[in-house]
Design a binder for this molecule. Sequence first.
Ligand code: GAL
Length: 335
Amino acid sequence: MKPLTAVKLLFLAAALPLSATGRAADSIKPGAVWPDDRGEHIQAHGGGVIKVGDTFYWFGEDRGKNNQPDRRYVGCYSSRDLMNWTYRNQVLKLANPENLGPDWVLERPKVFYNAKIKKFVMYMHIDDVLPGKKSGYILARVGVATSDKVDGDYQYLKSFRPLGHESRDLGQFIDDDGAAYLISEDRPNGFHIYKLSDDYLSVAEDVCLVPEHLEGGAIVHYHGLYYVIGSKLTGWNANPNVYATAQSLAGPWSEFKDLAPPAKKTYGSQSTMLLNISGTRTNTVIFMGDIWKPKTQWGSRYLWMPLEIGNGRLSLPEPREWTLDVVTGRAEIKR
Ligand code: GAL
């Protein structure tokens, strides 16, 4: 072995966290237990990933079995290769913030970095049963929390209905110009693509109301076209997720089509984000989905797969083990 190669290998080994099995992961296994660097299954359900420098940060619902039942938690993990994840922090360990009742809900947290106020801004779905009502998910608001550090302790600021509209499942999108958007399910009307204000602390504009009842919304801009995906409203049960395309976020959006054979119900998963890995050689767009286990939420799994995408078409291949090179952007599905 040439000395340079050995040095390079050592450097790489130092940069990768070892899982509790002592070996660095070199693939992504949809549906499997995904151990972090401590060997514990990653708690980042309904989540989203942002990149800061050369590091990816994954935020999501931490539904860990040992969490206090009256609090809601957001977990944060980091990775340089999207295969090996280091536990960073429970960035939110929120006690009932607004007297919402015992069954209050914090779901689908998403984090943006705002350069103007130099803060990380987290949006999340906040909900509960209102006095006098029997069923939950009535409040339908977004909550906002901020932190100076990406994996710091986020401070909860407020909750509100975006421009007065109901908001349940939340997705995030950052456009090529850095502008930040929320994708928000509004039960009476469909889903909205909202632009955030300059400081990201409020919603500035309803860029588009798409009159389709979809949640788990996510968007990617790929080769000049916007693709939006979403799931039908079937609670924790999987359904056939769909996609549409548009030249502009404001629409018009094409008709919605299935992103996998409908009988497969998105291979048992529900969309949460589209992650665009733009490498030196190619672009890979990753479908990030959750395989929910409603009775044992902490054991809910993740289905991440590279999408077949281009020319207005998008399709989710059958889940299989795959590898990714974040430098070249190349994904390879194992046979
Ligand atoms: C799903 C939603 C999840 C959670 C669940 C509760 O439709 O995507 O985030 O809210 O319903 O039943």
